[in-house]
Design a protein around this ligand. Structure first.
Ligand SMILES: [Ca+2]
Ligand SMILES: [Ca+2]
Length: 225
């Protein structure tokens, strides 16, 4: 084995000891919300007085999506699960579509109010669409089969969702922990100090450093002869 190869392998070992294991990707929780009403509906000729609200969270790594949706025509709480034009037929998440456009069904929701449930969104493109506000909730009634009220679900900017929301955030590393370069309020902070090695790692590092120095000195001595 040549001196060059030996030196390269030692450098790799030293680098591995100094850097340590690679950090794993951390999940970011994206907060979402929307309001449902007839104004956003595209298919019903009648204007319902029913309204609703939706909140949801999406884990952008695992795809876990959880939601709470309430609706009704009992102003001002709008939570009695009753529509103006007949019983609720069915309800869905649809996407991807901007407000005013329509798209196919992504998830079927249980009837009634509130709707509280969760699932896993397996498709990465679906997760991206959700984060980009391209999913909507549509509640269909007997009198408005295409939907009586509808609501676009959009991201609620928040620290820890992995997206830098200026001007209120300088950074967003997907968590609300400090000491990692981006503090709990999503402002930049000095990087954490590199932890000192101890125990076996320190001994190995010292041995490798001594071996490397010895090899370099021997090489220089041979070159000087
Ligand atoms: Ca953010
Ligand atoms: Ca952080």
């Amino acid at each position: 084995m040549s001196m060059q190869v030996v030196r390269f392998r030692i450098q790799l070992l030293v680098l591995a000891l100094v850097v340590g294991p690679a950090a794993s990707a951390s999940a970011a929780t994206v907060n979402l919300a929307g309001t449902l009403d007839a104004a956003q509906e595209t298919s019903c000729a009648m204007t319902s007085t029913a309204q609703g609200s939706a909140t949801a969270t999406l884990d952008d790594v695992t795809g876990a999506l959880a939601w709470t949706i309430t609706f009704g025509n009992n102003s001002p709480s709008f939570n009695n699960g009753t529509l103006d034009f007949g019983a609720e037929l069915f309800s869905h998440f649809h996407g991807p579509a901007l407000p005013g456009a329509t798209a196919g069904v992504k998830l079927t929701l249980a009837n009634g109010s509130p709707k509280v449930a969760s699932t896993t969104v397996a498709s990465a493109s679906d997760r991206t669409d959700i984060k980009n506000g391209l999913w909507y909730v549509n509640i269909h009634s007997a009198g408005c089969g295409g939907g009586e009220i509808r609501g676009q679900i959009v991201r609620v900017p928040s620290c820890g969702d992995g997206i830098v929301d200026a001007p209120g955030e300088q950074c967003d590393d997907g968590n609300v922990a400090g000491g990692d370069g981006c503090d709990a309020s999503c402002f930049n902070e000095p990087p954490p100090p590199v932890p000192a090695m101890s125990g076996t790692g320190a001994v190995l590092f010292a041995l490798l450093a001594i071996t490397l120095a010895s090899l370099v000195l021997r090489r220089r001595a041979r070159a000087a002869r």
